[in-house]
Design a protein around this ligand. Structure first.
Ligand code: SF4
Length: 730
């Protein structure tokens, strides 16, 4: 892991005592901070590495260093973590409220912005009802911000139209694992991977996207664990693996069902575990009994012998651990893919002990927390259902208001409703759906059609450009709160500097807006009060307080009376639903297959040096120099056939859009498949992607759509999307 010019030359030897001694009692008043070093958590991926921020005499963050004693990162950060101060630097930051005018955006006071937003929301609710409004919260924001967002939607606006980007990453995890296990989260702690004899990584590229964890998987492999990688792309881990099953995109269920057929027919399943802890085995057995490895070779593209080897290794090890990512969830079969993986783990008894379980790699720093906080249209905090009358009564009483009785719209549902004219106002923070959601033109049109779009952001994003009001958001280094990482660890973040300009934590401006609308529902004086209210209503967080979190380096939920120190491994004795529900699922092909006009399958990926929509990582010159803006990975056979050379300018077209970029010729993608990252607004892959959805969670099929690629004349500079669409500048 490399350092950069602004980092401290060495990590303090006793960072915990340093930060605890110097952190003031009032966490929401960073101006009173005297310390030079503040302990916090990396704002990028779901691994949640610990870091120290150093402040200079001007009260600005001037350096980053890793936290030596952190339970996961243990003194390491990846390049994104080291570069995190660029993400919050004053360059390009929005520092005061902005209002759209005929000539662009003009600065206004908070009072003016919130008064006008309040009036507009009130009018829309009076004319069209509460469900004409909605809130998109953020997996980058704190638990406190997210709790406030869903409460604002439910208790102030009066709607369950609340969602966030988990919709397009791990909503199938929440639904699928909840269905089979009763809980939609990573079952293990990250450190368990050093106890696993077999590690299966399926549909995930951890060395790029969860780099510190990816490095630990490499270390576990080098220390003796068997590594099986299942992925259409040849990832770094695939190159190191004992077995790489390079399956065709979208054929996960066919493969997993065939593995289960091999396991059951060879009597390798765990009969005691199934008898004591599961239901539904006979139906599952019947479903898979004829799905032999040979019968799925043509679907998966994998040799039957490889499937047998993987099935034997996984089932016969004492401890096997599955890690998976969006190569499982971002399909029309996303929820069924997750269910199939959970079935596989259960029939092998690979569950409920350290080094043995099923582990979704959550993408963004607080996507687990945003889900836990109830920023989903069908559940309150703690996954308590909004259509359960007992839960409605509980939240109505605690919040002192009537709550809506039916589930709300998903983020993509709100987009559709905006296009149909039934959604009139949206409030959105810390997300850039114009870049990250499928079918970009469709998303842009939806936002343009709203009567009111309010966006709170650090910098000007593609979505913010469409807003009526832009509110300045405080960054992770300017506020206190908590993030929940992918292993369910709730960790404190601490302010290292004052909010830039007039920026505020999201819960603070939501509170001020609620007051303008005549509601005192969000009347907290600091983030700790937000957390305490949330913990009292969220069974899995009930035993947590800010003090306990600081004392323990975070706590893993569930943390309550039965588990006051938190829970490192889920489902050790029982499942939240009693017995696990084995659930047979069928292979479903991808929604859009290739044809003569669109002969290649496009899949999306993320890059080691960038994160999400790029609005944070692309501010770092160190990260930006590593990779050209926009790139298409294409196999040499396809490149030869199309006359494409390395870095040739190419046009990529799907049934929904067209973009230009440059070609990277690589055997890391198989013939017939091309791959693009979605970090680059110049060449946004979501101009191309398909909105076909998983019927259960409405997850769009971002991992597969049909495209055509053409070489452009040598010397042609790929046009940015705004140029292709007739706009001179972005
Ligand atoms: Fe940050 Fe993730 Fe890198 Fe850790 S692995 S430093 S949390 S981006």
């Amino acid at each position: 892991m490399k350092s950069h010019q602004q980092q401290s030359s060495q990590a303090p030897t006793s960072p915990l005592s340093n930060s605890l001694q110097s952190t003031p009692a009032n966490q929401d008043n960073p101006l009173s901070i005297q310390s030079r070093t503040v302990q916090t958590i990396c704002p990028f991926c779901g691994v949640g590495c610990g870091m120290l921020l150093s402040c200079n005499e001007q009260g600005q963050v001037s350096g980053v260093s890793p936290l030596a004693h952190h339970p996961i990162s243990q003194g390491k950060l990846c390049e994104k973590g080291w570069s995190s101060i660029y993400a919050i630097s004053p360059d390009n930051r929005i520092t005061q409220p902005l209002k759209r005018s005929r000539d662009g955006f003009v600065a206004v006071s908070w009072d003016e912005a919130l008064s006008e937003i309040s009036e507009a929301l009130t009018e829309i609710i009076e004319e069209f009802g509460p469900n004409a409004t909605g809130v998109i919260s953020s997996a980058r924001a704190t638990n406190e911000d997210n709790y406030a967002a869903q409460k604002f939607a439910r208790a102030v606006l009066g709607t369950n139209n609340i969602d966030h980007c988990a919709r397009i990453c791990h909503s199938p995890t929440v639904a699928g694992l909840k269905q089979v296990l009763g809980s939609g989260a990573m079952t293990n702690s990250a450190k368990d991977l050093f106890e696993a004899q077999v590690i299966v990584v399926i549909g995930a590229d951890p060395t790029s996207n969860h780099s510190v964890l990816g490095g630990q998987i490499m270390r576990a492999k080098l220390e003796g664990a068997k590594l099986i990688v299942i992925d259409p792309r040849v990832t770094r881990l695939a190159k190191l693996a004992d077995l790489h099953l390079q399956l065709n995109p979208g054929s996960n269920i066919a493969l997993i069902n065939a593995m289960m057929q091999v396991i059951i027919s060879n009597q390798w399943h765990d009969k005691d575990f199934i008898a004591n802890r599961c239901e539904g085995f006979e139906a599952l057995k019947k479903q898979v009994e004829n799905i032999t490895p040979e019968s799925v070779e043509s679907i998966t593209g994998i040799d039957s012998e490889q499937i047998r080897q993987a099935a034997q290794a996984y089932s016969q090890a004492d401890r096997s651990m599955i890690f998976y990512g969006m190569g499982i969830t971002q399909f029309v079969s996303g929820t069924s893919n997750v269910i199939a993986l959970a079935d596989l783990a259960l029939i092998c008894g690979q569950m409920g002990k350290s080094g043995s379980g099923i582990n979704p790699l959550r993408g963004q720093n607080n996507v687990q927390g945003a889900c836990d906080m109830g920023c989903l249209p069908n559940v309150y905090p703690g996954y308590q259902r909004v259509d359960d009358p007992a839960m409605q009564q509980r939240f109505s009483e605690r919040w002192g208001c009537e709550v809506a009785s039916s589930p709300g719209l998903t983020s993509l549902g709100m987009t559709k409703a905006a296009l149909a004219g039934s959604s009139r106002a949206q409030i959105l923070f810390g997300e850039d759906p114009v870049v990250t959601d499928p079918d970009q033109n469709h998303v842009r049109e939806a936002y343009k059609s709203l009567d009111l779009l309010v966006v709170a952001e650090l910098t000007m994003t593609e979505t913010a450009k469409l807003a009526d009001y832009i509110l300045p958001a405080a960054s992770f280094a300017e506020k206190s709160g908590t993030f929940t990482n992918c292993e369910r660890r709730v960790q404190r973040i601490n302010p290292a500097m004052s909010p830039l300009g007039e920026s505020k934590a999201d819960w603070q401006w939501l509170q001020a807006l609620a007051e303008k609308m005549g509601s005192h529902a969000l009347s907290w004086t600091n983030s700790e009060e937000v957390f305490d209210e949330m913990a009292a209503l969220t069974p899995s967080y009930q035993g947590m307080t800010y003090t306990k979190l600081a004392e323990h380096d975070g706590l893993q939920w569930p943390c309550n009376e039965s588990a006051p120190e938190g829970t490192a491994v889920l489902h050790q004795k029982t499942f939240p639903i009693g017995r696990a529900r084995l659930t047979p699922v069928h292979y479903v092909p991808i929604a859009e297959s290739t044809d003569e006009q669109y002969p290649l399958i496009l899949t999306t990926n993320r890059l080691h040096f960038h994160y999400g929509c790029g609005s944070m990582t692309r501010k770092s010159p160190l990260l930006e120099r590593e990779i050209p803006p926009g790139i298409l990975f294409i196999h040499p056979q396809d490149a030869d056939r199309l006359g494409i050379a390395l870095y040739s300018p190419v046009g990529v077209r799907s049934r929904r859009g067209y973009i230009e970029t440059r070609a990277m010729i690589s055997t890391d993608v198989p013939p017939g498949v091309v791959s693009m990252p979605y970090h680059f607004k110049e060449a946004p892959s979501n101009q191309l992607t398909n909105t076909a959805q998983d019927p259960i969670t409405k997850m769009p099929e971002l991992k597969a759509c049909a495209v055509a690629v053409e070489v452009l004349p040598a010397g042609h500079q790929p046009s940015a999307i705004w140029q292709l669409q007739g706009e001179e500048t972005e």
